[in-house]
Design a protein around this ligand. Structure first.
Ligand code: GLA
Length: 420
């Protein structure tokens, strides 16, 4: 006899996205951390040109996403459609979309499920079908829908799932494959844990291709609070649907929001472990060599995009009065693993150890398994080139918020200890 809960699962799954996109975590650029509300059409054209010229597109960054503030203050009075702000987007959003596509990129846009967006532009409440169709008509490939200025409050659940669900259905009805990114970050407190969007049967993969699990990542603490929340949700992510700890912050340039260089690289490493969307928020034309090296590291990108599609998590944390350290792990195809050793001590260097308890947290790994260890930033075997499951593997890290990242591949020399 079918369990009642399973019938409920089937019913919920029937409403899920069937759009054929988001098979791997999306990679691209988003305007918000770079430009905030000062975004213009010229900026977008420059970013599109540079995504191609500086090798970002070739590395896999395909989406160019326009966040909030592209809209005119009011809808078109005749058609009721959203329209671009003509003072900053004089050639129209449709033309901009064509320009982006002509570069070989995909085009993303932003709206909000409430009456107005977080920056008080017109929202999609009550206009879901028309707005989804407008976006499809403009050739949009990715929609981020935010959570501000809603009828019953940003966290009022039945309405939250209903309204995001209406936009999902409206997008599905257009027949155009459009990645749907649910952003519950708008309208919540900066430390808000939004993991219910992943765990509720009405949320997660039934609702979108990705869903924010924390308030905005706009400086170190909020980013890593979000990462820590995401670490508890690995089973909820997979092909077509990803937990979203929010966008990437670069370290240089004139970006509205940014991190220190080692912090930004650490975010990139951890986002790869978390199988998170990789959306860069910084101008490519003025980007530092350091940031370019970070975002173009193809070995770390390969971890993010690994076809096994299993999300990683924290396998060891150490707290002391001076701060804390983490070891992160993600299972990869080919019985390999990615490991990140992270130091969060601002003033002290740290020896971060994966000890027997840490190894025991790597699911399915037999004690004594041997691995060749590759340093994904040195692009060479690690200083300690072999790791044995169950035996201490330690990494010395300098002071500051920084990390090292490794790929562990089963050692052909003694493959008597493979995954079970
Ligand atoms: C919210 C979202 C951000 C961004 C802004 C735009 O804060 O969480 O990612 O989209 O709104 O106003």
């Amino acid at each position: 006899m079918l369990d009642v809960r399973c019938i409920a699962c089937l019913l919920v799954a029937a409403h899920g996205l069937d759009n054929g996109v988001g098979l791997l975590p999306p990679m691209g650029y988003n305007t918000w951390n770079d430009l905030g509300c000062s975004v213009t059409e010229d900026h977008i054209r420059q970013r599109a040109d540079m995504m191609v010229e500086r090798g970002l597109l070739k590395a896999g960054y395909t989406y160019l996403n326009l966040d909030d503030c592209w809209q005119a203050p009011a809808r078109d009075s005749l058609t009721g459609r959203l329209q671009g702000d003509l003072t900053r987007f004089p050639s129209s959003i449709r033309n901009l979309s064509d320009y982006i596509h002509a570069k070989g990129l995909k085009f993303g846009i932003y709206t909000d499920r409430g009456y107005s967006t977080c920056a008080n532009r017109p929202g999609s409440y009550g206009h879901e079908v028309l707005d989804a169709q407008t976006f499809a008509d403009w050739g949009v490939d990715y929609v981020k829908e935010d959570n501000c200025n809603t009828r019953s409050g940003s966290l009022a659940k039945p309405e939250l799932f209903e309204r995001f669900g209406m936009f999902r259905d409206a997008l599905n009805s257009t027949g155009r494959p459009i990645y749907f990114s649910i952003c519950c970050g708008g309208g919540v407190l900066p430390w808000a844990n939004l993991s219910f969007v992943a765990t509720d049967p009405r949320g997660g993969k039934t609702l979108g291709n990705s869903w924010r699990i924390h308030a905005d990542c706009d400086e170190w603490y909020t980013c890593f609070q979000g990462a820590r929340v995401d670490s508890n949700l690995p089973e909820l992510a997979g092909q077509g649907g990803f937990n979203d700890p929010d966008m990437l912050l670069a370290s240089g340039g004139l970006s509205v929001r940014r991190l220190l260089p080692e912090e930004s690289r650490t975010q990139f490493n951890v986002w790869a472990i978390l199988m998170a969307p990789l959306l860069i928020g910084s101008a490519f034309e003025s980007m530092s060599e350091w940031d370019l090296e970070t975002f173009l590291n193809e070995e770390v990108i390969a971890v993010n995009q690994d076809p096994l599609l299993k999300q990683g998590f924290v396998v060891k944390e150490n707290w002391s009065i001076f701060g804390y350290t983490w070891v992160w792990a993600r299972p990869l195809s080919g019985s390999s693993w990615a490991l990140v050793f992270q130091n969060n001590h601002i003033f002290f260097p740290s020896r971060v150890v994966c000890d027997s308890q840490c190894w025991a947290n790597l699911p399915g790994l037999a004690r004594g398994s041997r691995f060749d260890v590759r340093d994904l930033w040195k692009h060479a075997p690690a200083d300690v080139p072999v790791a044995v499951a169950g035996e201490d593997y330690s990494v010395q890290l300098p002071r500051g918020r920084c990390s090292a990242m490794f790929k562990l591949s089963p050692s052909p020399a003694k493959d008597d200890a493979l995954l079970v």
